[in-house]
Design a protein around this ligand. Structure first.
Ligand code: ACM
Length: 551
């Protein structure tokens, strides 16, 4: 006599072996998924989304594009529920999804958990729903009978978009947030200021966008050799920033602004030259038209520190809560070395050298942010001259910087060029475009990334908050190129950041990937299409699908 459990197991194994039940293709893979015995749940245009006050915004989001209706009463259908008692089991972002012939239930301890459960439900439904809703899927779709219990491995699952080197519109940023939400990513690192463009309206300093948001031309190709002669620019008004922050929040994505200091500041210094080291020989700032690292960095003067405080003040009012990134990377010190004012400041403040002056700037920003209840994040160069006490560090040059910072008790986010710089090309065909950095960076290598360095002792591992994929935009001329570089490498990194370490399996990821790519096609995402080898042209042509508006 077989036990019911054993019977279920045997039946399921048989079904799977005969390919009767396709294993659900969810990316990132859930922590635990069990197919159960019984008929699937059938979704039709009549299926209701049952939600209460707290979950109605999530249900409405799903309803908007799926064509289902939200209902406050009734049973069956798809039920969303927040149950605070699940917090111990699911944390702040986990969920339970249960599906059988009678309906689908998604429960989380928080609204974020329920939202992530809805993203999983979305991937359990056919891709056709993405483009025209349930009616486009012949009015009927099945959700396999199953039980999922899922929660993320890391709390920081980020993506950086550089809008400084190339400007992207509000609609494009919203598209990116939608694509992030599908992958359960939760931090949008918005790189807003650069040598080649200042992109955020600051009311006290209007020239930042009148002058600093515009450059005369951009490098055409072949590195920096040829100018395209085409003016480029743009910026976000404060109203647009607020709109994007709210759009992200509705998708449980925190937006972290980056305001670079002391380097990468040519655009700001061109707008207000007195912010710069104007007593250094050859001082002639311009909004840069080449890529690279420039000598323009803020001068240590009272007016500059006041400027930084006032800019940060306006920024804090727009970005509620949490982390603010102040850059800190690639600050060449030659102007400080050559400026009598900077040298006098170093002496007067008992600083050893220009590295300690860099640290002085970072500490100034840290104190300002801490006084306003915020936490500073910076690139790994912020260790130069001593790391500010409460700073969180992004390790980009090498993971060794994360190890030393974590051992000193600092939180770190893993952003190494080796695995997370998606501006690097993936193959070498002409379609890949201009090479940058140390590419190619292949999908499999991204998937192999382990955010917790093996050398880091267990007692410091909790300092690794998570990881993040970078889309620096020197070579991202236009939105389709952003999507080409981002997907599916960011999908692979999403799984690294969400799924349990022991569940990670590249071969299995590859079997789940086609379903995600089919979804991308319905959404009009210009992902990098599969090829026979990394350096071959794509094997499946892009379908003629119109781009779907933001969800
Ligand atoms: C960086 O790539 N400069 C952080």
């Amino acid at each position: 006599m077989k036990t019911p459990l054993l019977r279920t197991f045997l039946l399921l194994s048989l079904a799977l072996a005969k390919n009767l039940i396709a294993a659900p293709a969810i990316i990132p893979a859930p922590a635990a998924l069990t197919l159960t015995e019984g008929a699937p749940f059938v979704v039709t245009a009549e299926t209701k989304l049952h939600a209460d006050v707290a979950t109605t915004p999530i249900a409405s989001w799903f309803a908007r594009w799926s064509g289902l209706q939200v209902a406050t009463t009734g049973t069956g259908g798809i039920t969303l529920a927040i149950e605070a008692a699940l917090k111990d089991e699911l944390g702040d972002e986990g969920y339970k999804l249960s599906s059988n012939a009678g309906g689908v239930t998604i429960r989380g301890a928080t609204a974020a958990g329920v939202f992530y459960g809805m993203q999983t439900l979305r991937q359990l439904l056919p891709p056709d729903l993405e483009h025209g809703g349930i009616r486009a899927a012949s009015g009927r779709a099945e959700v396999a009978a199953l039980e999922i219990t899922d929660r993320p491995r890391f709390g920081w699952r980020g993506a950086l978009l550089d809008v400084g080197r190339h400007f992207f519109t509000v609609a494009e940023v919203k598209r990116f947030l939608d694509e992030m939400a599908l992958h359960k990513l939760n931090v949008f690192h918005w790189h807003l200021t650069e040598d080649q463009g200042w992109r955020i309206e600051i009311k006290k300093y209007p020239k930042l966008t009148e002058i600093g948001a515009w450059r005369a031309s951009s490098p055409l190709s072949g590195g920096n050799k040829i100018d395209d002669g085409i003016p480029h620019g743009g910026f976000y008004t404060q109203d647009e920033v607020a709109e994007i922050v709210a759009y992200a929040a509705a998708r449980f994505i925190r937006v972290m602004p980056e305001i670079e200091l002391p380097g990468h500041s040519s655009a700001a210094i061109t707008s207000y030259p007195a912010l710069g080291n104007d007593d250094a020989p050859g001082f002639a700032p311009t909004v840069q038209i080449k890529w690279g690292v420039f000598s323009y960095l803020y001068a240590p003067k009272p007016a500059t520190f006041q400027f930084l405080d006032e800019v940060l003040g306006e920024v804090l009012a727009l970005f509620p809560g949490g982390f603010v990134h102040i850059g800190g990377d690639e600050a060449k010190k030659d102007q400080w070395e050559a400026s009598p004012t900077a040298q006098a400041f170093i002496k007067a403040n008992g600083l050893k050298d220009a590295h300690e002056l860099q640290s002085y700037f970072i500490r100034h920003a840290e104190q300002y942010l801490a006084a306003h209840g915020r936490r500073l994040v910076g690139w790994d160069e912020i260790q130069e001259g001593g790391l500010a006490p409460s700073a969180t560090m992004m390790a980009w040059r090498d993971v060794k910087w994360a190890i030393s910072a974590a051992r000193e008790g600092h939180d770190v986010v893993m952003t190494p060029t080796s695995h997370t710089y998606f501006d690097y090309n993936e193959g070498t065909t002409e379609e890949e475009g201009e090479k940058i950095g140390r590419g190619p960076l292949k999908l499999e290598k991204v998937y192999s990334f382990e955010p917790v360095p093996a050398e880091l002792e267990p007692q410091f591992q909790a300092h690794v908050l998570g990881a993040q994929g970078q889309l620096w935009s020197e070579q991202l001329q236009g939105w389709p190129k952003v999507e080409f570089r981002a997907w599916p490498r960011l999908s692979a990194l999403a799984e690294v950041m969400w799924s349990p370490r022991e569940k990670r399996d590249y071969a299995d990821f590859k079997t789940r990937l086609p379903a995600l790519l089919a979804r991308f096609d319905r959404l009009g995402v210009n992902y990098r299409r599969p090829r026979a080898t990394d350096d071959a042209p794509p094997i499946i042509a892009k379908p003629a699908m119109p781009v779907v508006p933001a969800k």
